[in-house]
Write a protein that binds this ligand. Sequence first.
Ligand code: ADP
Ligand code: MG
Length: 311
Amino acid sequence: ATPAATMVGTTIGAKHGVLFKGGDVLERVEDVDTVVFDKTGTLTTGEMSLTDVVALDRTAADGGAVAQDEAGADAESSEEYVLRMAASAERGSEHPLGDAIVQGARDRGVELADPSEFENAPGKGVRATVDGREVLVGNRGFLDDNGVDTSAGRRELERLESEGKTAMLVAVSGELVGLVADADTVKDTAKRAVSDLRERGTDVWMLTGDNERTARAVAEEVGIDPANVRAGVLPDEKASAVEDIQQSGNAMMVGDGVNDAPALAAASVGTAIGSGTDVAIEAADVTLMRDDPLDVVRAVRISEGTLAKIR
Ligand code: ADP
Ligand code: MG
């Protein structure tokens, strides 16, 4: 675009909180034929809260969930025990999933212990020592990799995930004791943004570190084709996942988190949304000041409108 057209597009964008960075960004936005959304914090609010705590009956052969025992009858298979161990372990975490577990425990009046030897496995979970015992909280792959038999939690895990929740398994001293689940809500305008993009002929994808079942439940809610969901993607795999999806070379990646920066950089257009971290904004070509997925559509329309006028 001519410098004048760039100026016009940039000015109109700024009025709507859509910041285009650099001269050729308008053209690249206009050429976008694929939009890849990060799930958490982009399509959903990212404001997680604890929704479920499940204690597993470790004596039952079928591994079914147990109803709450009489107080004290079996302290180590109570929901309170599961929550106390998980939340104590997550105290060292800065992840929204961990924050929600800690907050949820506090809201329920659970007294937390001070963890030691906290260790974060990005995109997987946390490990910490609580009351002298090793506690693991995380996804199935993480516990499997640590030699925990997760089969007793499988049914409950699948149930929670199919409700669109992020369920995490909790193990103490190498033994599965229960599950905790967090959820956030889909943003009001996410569905409209997806349908507007699809109407324009844009291919819409979702990329997430969350598991397949949860991701599909959310995709269904916003109208993204389940075939266009890439789940269980580790933070350092997000960039190559974008390159994979970006067959034509014209994809826009929309994300908000620290983990999203390499993926934003890998896409033809990186778009940071809302309260996005500085790292994400730094890596982005477009920054959407408001937390609204519909501004992705607005960015595309502004670029098309501005460039159409000068042709
Ligand atoms: P997202 O792409 O949704 O931001 P992440 O890549 O951060 O997800 O994490 C992927 C998965 O790893 C989560 O869905 C969860 O199962 C697990 N996980 C990550 N951090 C934690 C944590 N602090 N506690 C428990 N599980 C975690
Ligand atoms: Mg994220």
